[in-house]
Write a protein that binds this ligand. Structure first.
Ligand code: NAD
Length: 495
């Protein structure tokens, strides 16, 4: 049987448009073919932007309380069908079923947050901000009062470009808040695993989102370039690598669009000798190997302060040795495969670089019990990783943990701050003094204190600093509302 073409979703319906090149996707655990993704079907992009532009006038005039009713219905549908979505994620991405369910849950949190748009996008007003004496009756009558207010208004057509690692959750950072605020949306998911995004968009149609409000187009670089340059597009929300994010930020800005680009990372966890041992081992283990390390919040470097390495390193190695690697839906599976063969090659290359650079390979994920087929690699741990080496500086995006040493907290923070990235940083300690010093000196946009993966909940903004982010307003939280609205001030005088 021929492998199916993954459809675009435009004006509330499937649109088959193939373009001239396609990308074949498969289940990374089994190799089973899942579909062909069109890469350059620009006629679909044109149709999607036209549909979103046509839907904007009426959708933006629909009262916000009515707009969010679609999101309330969407949330109810997702609650009922979360497991079905999670299983598509397992098949196309390789996550364990638990990880897939967790990421759907975090996505639903974003929908819930967007349901609060009637409150979140409210403006502010200040009556009697001044008194005008022109055209005045008498001064004794008090002049003519002037009132002022600021409103938040939708932008128009917004675009979302998303990465492969959270194909359900990351689009939900974007479009629910965008459409709740009165915008219309074109989503371009990763060409590596778009099936869950297609299902999620179909479920939004089922929830009653009117035709053209949300559209999905599949594609690669040519599709993104089309969307970044289209004059009808007002804003671009991007999540992906720093290399691509920088291109997206520059191109979209040069074409007059508002842009936020949440990008790559190299995250550090510092462990103080006084940390609660089991909590530190557990937190670092989950952060490094959860989602097989394919996470922008993966804590891929540990800096051991003082003698903490004495208990932390053996604890981590023992935990990693007991991790069961296999298909994400297999009973007892603790870690699934890399999402594709490129990911596997990238991890193998990082391990080779670590050996070459003189780091001590404590646990080699290429060895040991791995399934025969599929993009599998086991958890890998290097100790004594030299500062400045590939392992210490490059985002590997796989289950490779690098351990470094520092004599004290300030030296550890200095190591962290050398990174060109600044997505997140974590400290494990029992000392409030150390925690406060860490918070005051470390350079990263998201911090964890005794929390291995400090992913902000939807009501808080999510993004990093330095090369982990390009733009001004982060995704989610109050920033998300501001990103998807423009402010307008009115000064009123009734004479
Ligand atoms: P990627 O940059 O390769 O792809 C992201 C998106 O950009 C995809 O939709 C892809 O089709 C498109 N794209 C790829 N090359 C392009 C080009 N040359 N021009 C225009 N568009 C292009 O990222 P990925 O490999 O899918 O995802 C992994 C990366 O995403 C990691 O670096 C990870 O840290 C990052 N990420 C960051 C966050 C965050 O919040 N900071 C969250 C999740 C993932």
């Amino acid at each position: 049987m021929a492998t199916p073409l993954v459809p675009h979703l435009v004006r509330g319906a499937k649109l088959d448009a193939s373009g001239s090149t396609q990308h074949a996707i498969s289940n990374p655990a089994t190799g089973a073919a899942l579909g062909n993704v069109p890469l350059d079907a620009l006629d679909a992009a044109e149709a999607a932007v036209a549909a979103a532009a046509a839907a904007f006038p009426s959708w933006s005039e629909t009262p916000v309380g009515e707009r969010v009713q679609c999101l309330f219905r969407y949330k109810a549908i997702l609650e009922a069908r979360a497991d079905e979505v999670a299983r598509v994620l397992v098949a196309e991405h390789g996550k364990t079923l638990g990880e897939a369910r967790g990421s759907v849950r975090r996505g639903i949190d974003c929908v819930e947050h967007a349901c609060a748009a009637p409150v979140l996008m409210m403006g502010r007003t200040l009556p009697q901000i001044a008194v005008s004496s022109s055209f005045c009756r008498t001064a004794a009558e008090g002049g003519v009062g002037i009132d002022s207010c600021v409103d938040r208004l939708p932008l128009g057509v917004c675009v979302g470009i998303t990465p492969f690692n959270f194909p359900v959750m990351v689009p939900l950072w974007m479009w629910p808040m965008a459409v709740a605020c009165g915008n219309t949306f074109v989503l371009k998911p990763s060409e590596k695993d778009p099936l869950s995004a297609v299902l999620m968009t179909e479920l939004a149609f089922e929830a009653g989102l009117p035709s053209g409000v949300l559209n999905l187009v599949n594609g690669g670089t040519p599709m993104v370039e089309f969307l970044l340059k289209d004059p009808r597009v007002m804003a671009v929300s991007f999540v992906g690598s720093t290399r691509v994010g920088e291109i997206v930020y520059r191109t979209a800005s040069a074409h007059g669009k508002r842009v936020q680009a949440m990008c790559g990372a190299k995250n550090h966890s510092i462990v103080m000798p006084d940390a609660v041992r089991e909590a530190a081992i557990d937190g670092i283990f989950g952060s490094a190997f959860g989602n097989a390390g394919q996470r922008c919040l993966a804590g891929s470097v540990v800096v051991c302060v003082g003698d903490s390495a004495g208990w932390l390193v053996p604890g981590l190695v023992a935990r990693a040795k007991s991790l069961q690697v296999g298909p994400g839906d297999a009973a007892g599976c603790g870690m699934g495969p890399m999402q594709d063969a490129d990911g596997l090659t990238r991890v193998h290359a990082a391990i080779e670089a670590g050996v070459r650079d003189g780091a001590t390979l404590l646990l080699d994920g290429r060895a040991g019990a791995l399934p025969e087929r599929g993009c599998f690699v086991g958890p890998t741990i290097f100790d004594h990783v030299p500062p400045g080496s590939t392992l210490a500086t490059t985002e590997i995006f796989g289950p490779v943990l690098s351990i470094m040493r520092a004599p004290d907290l300030d030296a550890a923070v200095a190591l962290v701050n050398q990174s060109e990235y600044g997505n997140m940083a974590v400290l494990f300690t029992d000392s409030g003094h150390a925690a406060r010093r860490f918070e005051r000196t470390v350079q990263a946009g998201m911090l964890g204190i005794n929390v291995g993966v400090p992913a902000p909940m939807a009501a808080f903004p999510f993004a990093g600093w330095k090369k982990s982010f390009f733009g001004d307003l982060h995704t989610n939280g109050e920033d998300g509302v501001r990103f998807f609205t423009k402010s307008r001030v009115t000064v009123r005088r009734w004479i």
